[in-house]
Design a protein around this ligand. Sequence first.
Ligand SMILES: [Zn+2]
Length: 321
Amino acid sequence: MIGIKISDKKIIERHFEEIKNHLCNSKGLKYKYSVLDNWILGITDNTYNLEKVIKAKPKQLKSIIDKVEEVGIDFQTEPPTKDKNNDYEKAQYFLTLYKKFSTRGDNHFVRYNALQLVNELDINVCPYCNRNFINNTKLIDKSSNNPYVKRTAQLDHFYPEGKYPYLAMSFYNLIPVCGTCNVIKLEQTVGVNPYEIKNTDEHIIFDYSFNNSISEYKVDTIYMSRDYEKNWTVLGLEELYKIHNNYVEDLLHRLRLYNALYRKDLTHYFNKWDERTDSQFESHISKEDFERVIFGNYFLEPDLNKFPLSKLTKDIVSRYR
Ligand SMILES: [Zn+2]
């Protein structure tokens, strides 16, 4: 439900170049770049090549699927004979590539892998649920005693790799998500790809209502786009968000305690206090910074990828701010 922003488009170019480099220059590969490139051209009626499939934007991914289905080559059924030139084997090879790319310790991709991709995306929180952190951590390898970075984000294939293996390495099909979302979604498809979310309000707006009495707050929604409804349902978010009813209650208490007038007074007081202190404290607290401290979360659209429940906070706060 939150967008993944790509600050530098070079990472998409790099993603493609590293795959191409691997397929062109590694020794002993079952299929080289030119073979897979030709195969992709074949299954898309010469509409897309391998580069286009790897770099395809979210909407283009759907066009590629439509084209492949229109051409109608069967690469899902394993043929009885082991012929390395059949469509099934070539389709499966994309899954082999993905395994190399996503497995720690696999050195087929010399300078690049899933960990680096997640690092470069610089996203702290699961974009599907906005409930769990997905930041990388450092650990010590028991056998070598060497430190290594462990990815806590799992990569979901927006279009499942079992059904669409030829999209297994496509940049915009790889979504870093939390373990909960990955284990719930599995081979299902959802409606909105986080890479296409520019403004979260276009997809969902949270609200609150009451359960049985006016003292029992509950997370509610006042708007959901048709496409996003699928994410909400498939990922079981209605049920998962019930545990955050108390969070909404606390947030509403804070909003009432620190009403707009009181917040203005406090900001004024802190900034006055700032002016009298040493230079190390001289920076003024902006209205947004101060409110972030009061509300205990980020609530501006560009910051939603920084902290869990930021979208819920944004929507509740924006009603009163
Ligand atoms: Zn999640």
